[in-house]
Write a protein that binds this ligand. Sequence first.
Ligand code: NAP
Length: 544
Amino acid sequence: MNANPSSSTRPEADFDVIVVGGGLGGLYTLYRMRELGLTARAFEAGSGLGGTWFWNRYPGCRCDVESLEYSYSFSPELEQEWHWPDRYGTQPQILEYIEHVADRLDLRKYVALNTRVLTATFDSATTLWTITTDKGDTVSAPYIVMATGNLSTPRVPDFPGLSRFQGESYHTGLWPHEGVDFTGKRVGIIGTGSSGVQSIPYLAEQAKHLHVFQRTANFILPARNAPMDPERERRHKATYRERRKAAYDTPFGIAGYPPPSKGALEATPEERDAAYTAKWGEGGSISFLYSFTDLLLDQQANDTAADFVRARIREVVKDSRTAELLCPTDHPIGTKRLILDTNYYETFNRDNVTLVDARNTPIECITPTGIRTSETSYQFDAIVFATGFDAMTGALREIDIRAGAGAEITSKWADGPHTYLGIMMAGFPNLFMVTGPQSPGVKSQMILAIEQHVNFIAGCLGHMQSEGFARIEADQEAEDRWVQYNDTVAQATLYPKANSWYMGANIPGKPRIFMPYVGGVHTYCQLCNDIVAKGYDGFTFSAI
Ligand code: NAP
């Protein structure tokens, strides 16, 4: 194998690198590994490439990061050639882009589709990872890269009676490829996160009647989606390189939003209103959070932004009881993922849409004909579960990952994830994660985070090749420090106040730990660069 010269002592492996996942992370990993001259094979459970963008085909599915940003940056030719039709890419547009990239880089032949990885086991004596799959494959490689995604384990709550429902049921994250026609049907949708909020206006247009079961109201801002402005595209493309570079120096990995210079409480009420109104008109979430410096740090400052949004909801929604139910009150704005909408609040002015308060009248069970709450029973032809994912740790914990006695991922993460940089775990040599927990992945422009991680991993492997190392492992002490540091950073913000999937709060019994790194992309990248400059501080290399 090419990975290092000293590996002649190792038994022959099938590949140099096993990649788990055929989404944006897996494809870029394949590309970089091949560039290093390594043999690599990716395994993807879906019947096509694209990961998140393959599975989430619900009506209205669209990215909440602008399309000129939400794309790979590694190829200047690719970014110049590609035309995004809309300000925010739709799921079909993004999938088309991913497939185009795969074809252009000739990556398809390295991906085994329809193949779910079930186990991954490390043999310390041979320094090899061996995976088994649901197709009966047994495949080995010295390195394994988990590009398994953060929101890739769809979850339906364990409602009593679930299996007895006689109508149609769908999860937004497992949407049928042929689409669903709800025309003339009585439809119930459970969940008002990003997936619910994006699909509800579309379902309402088709359904005879749509009941929306909302347990927690979320803060939702206008996307202001529009066809791509040719002048904007031209300007963006003319400065793409500078913008991509500048993105690494920002908190969320997206350039072009002037950072705020003053706190909300330093501004007058008029100044605050003018700032929020301008951002509301512009559309987008980062732009809104950039209104003032302290929105995620100070509750009082945050309240000013939250009040502004609640006032807009009351302006749009005509029925005052519905408007109040839609006003979020249980968490500071921005501490759960902000949602971008098109016509969400307006949808509640339709005669065929009813909001059900699933907080005060909780869902008790699914019946053969619909949903029963503590108050009443509803009859449905179809139920849509927009109930989210076992986020950040779910996909990794679904694979039985073992690296020796006591080193099983389920026990290691029993009280929440433990990683070093979100890239490796102590006790799991030669296993890398792309945007793992305790990295800024989900709190940043995801494709930038993917590229940064995979470049870091490729850098490690390049270093090992040139130094003749066969084994890399995160130090326990470095990992403990990183976990502690993540917690300290998060606790200094308002983020842990929300019952969010960032906290594991959407899964009953999941440990409540704030999982993403929220110190900002700029700080994280600097830390990674420093670690490399210090000879991969916190990692131990060895020849075998
Ligand atoms: P989510 O944000 O976790 O929302 C799940 C929804 O289901 C919540 O409203 C939740 O209510 C509700 N729910 C769960 N269990 C329930 C129960 N037993 N009874 C009643 N309601 C229940 O999931 P998501 O909407 O799929 O979004 C997940 C993440 O994916 C987003 O935050 C975002 O990062 C990403 N995403 C992005 C886009 C985009 O780019 N535009 C689109 C879709 C998704 P509670 O809040 O009360 O738990």
